[in-house]
Design a protein around this ligand. Structure first.
Ligand code: L14
Length: 345
């Protein structure tokens, strides 16, 4: 890694994707201190030209040797390339912040949400994982509550936007919606069924006990990020035809009594959260308002009638920004600040 006074040389792997494109925008918006930016993608996308920081960049193929002169590599090119290339980049001295699920549950890979466990980012061996989008927005809301009143159990149902499955999936949802309105037959490809005017209770593949991989990720990643394996978590993840931002109905059981007003005050004071909660004015978070924003929006905060010491809430955030690009770049900012453990590598 570079001397802490130097600005890092940054690479984006998967630069042509939805998250890759947002990496560029977020780096630019936040004025991320870097000395160079290299855009990489698979051989298929290499040679494309993209504008970043006001300059035209040619996208180069991500190969092991391409990481020779890179200090921080932001990966969002799918699990396969992360599995293969992240160790190659790390071997060449780069610190990888990886958006895929390939490394998240490895014991020596920190899984970081800066509002929750920033110190974990300093303790890496060259790879840091960015959590799943649905997990990130949930733990941003759970953590400040858990610190005041330990959480025993979380039951969450998600309403996830089409963009989570990538650019082609987003286009499929939009095209299919137009087609269905015109009386055409839908041809599902990115999703297991027609997504237009539907709700699909499957995200990713099915695994043990008939839970999907997305649901299992929410359980395990939440426990790892919060350092709380004792919290029981159950998730049902559902795809809906929203374009951007995931919404979640979160039901939380606490150890001790807590009132909705107490929960609202804790959340309103917590970093990265905006509370929008005025039922009489029909004011609550919605996907269309969260799109393009970096915060986690929380509302519908109320007593959960089915739990002891229970609170129910509605949590919304842009899955491509806080759920992916922004969180990854917040992690890179922790590194660029000259994190002691990172500098000692
Ligand atoms: O684990 O399809 O990072 O909405 C994020 C997007 C899992 C699937 C992850 C989706 C993926 C999810």
């Amino acid at each position: 890694m570079m001397a802490s006074s130097d600005r890092p040389r940054v690479a984006i792997v998967g630069a042509t994707g939805l998250v890759g494109e947002t990496f560029i925008n977020v780096l630019e918006e936040r004025g991320f201190p870097m000395s160079s930016l290299t855009l990489m993608a698979s051989a298929r996308s290499a040679g494309k030209r993209l504008t970043a920081m006001g300059d035209e960049h040619e996208v180069i193929e991500a190969t092991p040797d391409a990481f020779e002169d890179i200090d921080i590599a932001l990966f969002s090119a799918g699990g396969g390339s992360s599995k293969q290339l992240a160790p190659e980049a790390a071997k060449r001295g780069a610190v990888v912040v990886d958006n895929s699920s390939a490394w998240r549950m490895e014991p020596d890979v920190p899984l970081v949400v800066p509002e929750v466990n920033p110190d974990d980012a300093l303790n890496h061996n060259g790879i840091i994982a960015n959590p799943n989008c649905s997990t990130i927005q949930m733990v941003v809301a759970l953590w400040p509550l858990h610190r005041e009143n330990p959480i025993k159990r979380v039951i969450v149902d998600t309403y996830q936007s089409a963009s989570g499955a990538g650019r082609l999936a987003l286009e499929e949802m939009l095209e299919q919606s137009r087609g269905v309105l015109n009386g055409e037959q839908a041809q599902p490809s990115a999703f297991p069924h027609r997504i237009a005017f539907n709700a699909i209770p499957q995200i990713d593949v099915f695994e043990e006990d008939d839970y999907t991989k997305e649901e299992i990720k929410m359980v395990r990643e939440t426990q790892k990020i919060m350092h709380a394996p004792e919290i029981a978590v159950s998730a049902t993840c559902v795809r809906i035809p929203a374009a951007f931002a995931h919404s979640e109905a979160v039901h939380v059981e606490f150890t001790n009594p807590i009132t909705p007003d107490e929960a609202r005050d804790i959340l309103a004071a917590a970093p990265g959260i905006v509370v929008t909660d005025n039922p009489s004015a029909s004011a609550y978070p919605m996907a269309i308002d969260a799109q393009g924003r970096d915060e986690v929006f929380v509302g519908r905060i109320r007593r959960d009638t089915a739990l002891d010491n229970g609170i129910s809430m509605w949590v919304v955030s842009d899955n491509i920004r806080k759920g992916a690009a922004t969180n990854t770049i917040q992690i890179a900012e922790l590194l660029a600040k000259g994190a002691p453990a990172a500098a000692a590598r």
